[in-house]
Design a protein around this ligand. Structure first.
Ligand SMILES: *Cc1c(COP(=O)(O)O)cnc(C)c1O
Length: 484
């Protein structure tokens, strides 16, 4: 390649276009079937990618290297936009957001300070304001884009801890670190909440033991009576409850904790309430089902993931906070980056709210896609995904060979094939085998999890291209595989 980067010369523009167009053609050509995966096993892939070095003495040049990409990489990539991919909360990318991605990486704005992202900063601010409105917050609220739901949750837990220590314990964590009685601090979340709770508790120096797991009811929602009981018992034992995390869409089942009830418990006990809506945040855009996620406005903070239900490329997530003042926990000034005089003169430095410093301009994807689709377009997308799950649940319930755990509230259905002549363990093995065969022989990827000690399969139906016919065919295929 003659040019290093895209500049204002005619030559570099020509080369940029050539590279991008060539990439585009190769991508389109590589998608040669509806399957989500070509099928190689881990061992076969190791063979395919094996080479002496990826850092040769003399560069191979772009054309030769790109041939390898076409040959080894593109055909073996997972295709999450295939309607045969329904394993995880990770999915297709809406077309308009791919255009945004090209702009994001070509211009490479960094969202930490205004002088690295002038208009991008203003777009993120505007997008965050719209999101705060969407989730029912008023003008005191604020938020920031993050690398994902895990980071959004961690940010919220930091803000909750700092608020509690400052306001209730009268202890400045930012300055002095954790209070002496830190091991008494407890957060409460359901036993099936996301593992980023424990991970964050550990990273923040409070440890797994600070996370109290509250049992769930038969619908996989946090048991509120049990929560009240646990908080009271902890208080009686001298512990200090500071945070409740409700999950809006559990990772496995899509079950939704009752935010309205949780907010009553939180305010009675002077605790922070965080909603982890990494999965379920999309439901707010459904005209038909948004009442299922009532109560966001009662929470002190909310995790919203756009790379799940919202079908945007990774990464794209935000954490919203009811009272912007709480972000102070993350603000620290550096003379080389975010001077206080900037703020006074109207230059916004978003690093003041973020765990990251250098950060992507992910907000552009939301800003674009919200306008492209509008409320009506979004409602259609979200409704399709939720109604597919309702259809699948009904089909599974009608068939005595299937055991389904709970009625889906969003778009995930957890079930297991049961051969009544086999033991539980044998059925575990059978279900695992079905999933592996689907991957390597059928190019279809579905999820697997464990509930009540038994292996279950999982359909996560985010893709709007999935139809009821498709689901019917898959169930029939699973039956055939089960009998093989
Ligand atoms: C996926 C998920 C997360 C983590 O989000 P990432 O974007 O993967 O970091 C957190 N909570 C819930 C409920 C999730 O489903």
């Amino acid at each position: 390649m003659k040019n290093y980067v895209l500049s204002n010369t005619r030559d570099s523009k020509k080369e940029y276009k050539k590279v991008i167009n060539q990439t585009c053609s190769a991508i389109v050509k590589s998608i040669n079937s509806e399957k989500s995966y070509a099928g190689p096993t881990p061992q076969e892939l190791k063979e395919i990618v094996k080479q002496e070095t990826i850092l040769p003495e003399n560069g191979l040049g772009y054309e030769k290297t790109f041939e390898k990409i076409k040959d080894k990489v593109l055909p073996n990539l997972l295709r999450p936009s295939s309607s045969d991919y329904m394993a995880h909360l990770h999915g297709a990318s809406l077309l308009e957001t791919l255009s945004s991605e090209l702009i994001i990486s070509t211009f490479n704005q960094s969202m930490d300070s205004w002088d690295q992202s002038p208009v991008a900063t203003e777009i993120e601010v505007e997008t965050i304001n719209e999101l705060c409105k969407l989730y029912g917050y008023d003008s005191l609220a604020d938020g920031v884009f993050t690398s994902g739901g895990s980071q959004s949750n961690q940010t919220a837990i930091i803000l909750a801890r700092d608020w509690f220590c400052n306001e209730v314990l009268n202890h400045d964590v930012k300055k002095f670190g954790l209070p002496a009685n830190f091991s008494k601090l407890k957060m409460y979340t359901s036993e099936i909440s996301h593992f980023s709770m424990e991970k964050s508790a550990h990273i923040l120096g409070m440890g797994y033991e600070s996370v109290v797991k509250v049992p769930v009811d038969s619908k996989m929602k946090m048991d509120i009576a049990a929560l009240k009981d646990l908080i009271q018992k902890d208080k009686d034992a001298g512990n200090i409850p500071y945070l409740i995390v409700g999950t809006v869409g559990t990772t496995d089942f899509g079950s939704i904790d009752d935010l309205v009830e949780l907010s009553k418990v939180a305010s009675e006990n002077n605790m922070w309430l965080h909603a982890d809506a990494a999965y379920g945040s999309g439901v707010i855009l459904s005209d038909k089902y948004k009442n299922r996620v009532a109560g966001f406005e009662l929470c002190d903070s909310i995790t919203v993931d756009f790379h799940k239900m919202f079908l945007m490329p990774i990464s794209c997530s935000a954490v919203l906070v009811k009272d912007a003042k709480d972000f102070e926990a993350l603000t620290i000034h550096a003379d080389y980056l975010n001077r206080t005089e900037d703020e006074e003169d109207g230059y916004t430095n978003l690093v003041d709210k973020s765990l990251q410093t250098t950060r992507r301009f992910d907000a552009l994807k939301v800003w674009t896609s919200f306008q492209v689709r509008g409320k009506d377009g979004w409602a259609k997308l979200i409704n399709t995904s939720m109604e597919n799950a309702q259809y699948l649940y009904k089909k599974l319930c009608e068939d005595e060979n299937y055991d389904v755990i709970t009625e889906p509230e969003i778009s995930s259905v957890v079930f297991r094939y049961v051969d009544k002549s086999l033991s539980d363990e044998e059925n575990d093995t059978l279900n695992k085998k079905i999933r592996r065969t689907l991957i390597h022989q059928c190019g279809t990827i579905i999820g697997q999890t464990v509930s009540d000690g038994k292996v279950y399969l999982k359909f996560t139906l985010l893709n709007p291209l999935i139809t009821s016919d498709k689901l019917g065919e898959l169930l029939a295929l699973i039956k055939i595989l089960a009998k093989m």
